[in-house]
Design a protein around this ligand. Structure first.
Ligand SMILES: NC(=O)c1ccc[n+]([C@@H]2O[C@H](COP(=O)([O-])OP(=O)(O)OC[C@H]3O[C@@H](n4cnc5c(N)ncnc54)[C@H](O)[C@@H]3O)[C@@H](O)[C@H]2O)c1
Length: 361
């Protein structure tokens, strides 16, 4: 089984990656001497598709366990559901010596992580990602959160899990559009890494989307290594961690523009395309590089607005919590593995990037 470590101060936690590894959950909890009063917070679709597997692993838990079903969908990353998880913990007498095992995608991981970080000033947490996006991205790095007053992730904490267990066999039941969305984040890591991995992702893109577990585990491992290195260096996004936001300034605006009718990873792929056009417009890359770099993100289909309302999209970027003092800052690509952060752009340059993104389709 692949093991990748993430350092947090003097401490560390491990990320385990292997198809079928969920069966080892209790062994790992024992080996690490973690608490065995466990609340399993499980995404409802994962529960439906993998009930027998989850039930049989949970039943082997040493002390007590309960299964809490987390309703699916971004709208449930809410104060109400957060309150409901805390109520469940309190009503079932979970104390400080408890552990939450979050089994699901980013929605379940984010809200269960937030509950773990705040209940009794913090209880133990294990992340078990079941979407491709969560496997390569959201389960690592310790960002937890919920949405508030229609704004995404506006309440949250930095709270690292005790370990992450990534079992790609869960992905077999993931709907195709969710799977494709996850590849958007893989494409991001391809740009953050080096030419060897970039070309590997181009070469194995078809195996990835046809769910070849062996190939998937290899790709997930490289992405996780990159994220682990970055978050080890900069836990709270003061500097280098910003490279993980490649494509995201555009992506968040596209998600809002389409009223969340576009999946996050799909919006990230479109956002990377916009970042490439912006890099080109600012003279950071030339036409040859632009053509070469567009090959990978343009494998993903994204929606095409009839007539994009530029002011609306730009206003959405201005309200992004990552922007400061009214200016919009971008993460741009100079080369594979050569990423520029905090780049400001003029309105006409941003419009050029957005228009070309939608013209490309
Ligand atoms: N914490 C972070 O660092 C971080 C990073 C990126 C994204 N996020 C957050 O992650 C969320 C998106 O995560 P996501 O894309 O994983 O979406 P998600 O958690 O909403 O899951 C997508 C859909 O897939 C279903 N599903 C999950 N696993 C399944 C499986 N194995 N089989 C069948 N169905 C399954 C879910 O029920 C849901 O309908 C957003 O809320 C975003 O803000 C967090």
């Amino acid at each position: 089984m692949k093991k990748i470590k993430v350092l947090r101060g003097k401490d560390r936690y491990d990320i385990y990656i292997e198809a079928g590894s969920f069966d080892l959950l209790n062994d790992l909890i024992d080996k690490k001497e973690l608490n065995t009063n466990i609340l399993f917070v499980v995404d409802e679709n994962v529960m439906k598709s993998h009930f027998e597997k989850i039930k049989s692993v949970a039943a082997k838990c040493k002390k007590k366990y309960n299964l809490y079903v987390m309703p699916s969908g971004e709208s449930n990353k809410s104060t109400e559901k957060y309150y409901s998880i805390l109520s469940f913990l309190a009503e079932n007498n979970y104390g400080r010596d408890s552990l939450i095992a979050a089994i699901g995608g980013g929605v379940t991981g984010d809200i269960a992580g937030f509950a773990a970080s705040t209940y009794m000033r913090g209880i133990q947490l294990v992340q078990i990602p079941t979407t491709l996006l969560a496997s390569v991205d959201s389960s690592i790095g310790g960002k937890t959160g919920i949405n508030f007053l229609n704004r995404k992730n506006i309440i949250g904490t930095f709270y690292q899990p005790d370990f992450v267990l990534s079992d790609s066999t869960f992905l077999s039941t993931l709907p195709a559009d969710e799977f494709i969305s996850g590849t958007g984040e893989i494409i991001k890591y391809a740009f953050l890494s080096d030419r060897a991995f970039y070309n590997k992702v181009i070469g194995s893109y078809d195996s990835i989307i046809s769910l070849d577990n062996k190939e998937l585990d290899k790709i997930i491992t490289v992405c996780v290594k990159i994220k682990a290195e970055v978050v080890t260096e900069d836990e709270r996004e003061a500097g280098i961690r910003k490279i993980l936001n490649l494509g995201h300034t555009f992506a968040h605006a596209y998600e809002s523009y389409f009223n969340f009718g576009i999946k996050h990873g799909t919006a990230v792929a479109a956002g990377i395309i916009s970042s490439l056009f912006l890099s080109y417009r600012k003279g950071i890359i030339n036409q040859t590089s632009l053509d070469y770099f567009l090959k990978l993100p343009s494998r993903i289909e994204y929606p095409l607005p009839d007539k994009p309302d530029m002011d609306k999209i730009i206003n959405m970027m201005l309200s992004d919590k990552k922007n400061k003092e009214g200016g919009i800052r971008f993460v741009l690509i100079k080369d594979i593995g050569e990423i520029l952060i905090d780049v400001e752009a003029r309105k006409e340059e941003i419009i050029y990037a957005i228009q070309n993104t939608f013209k490309l389709r």
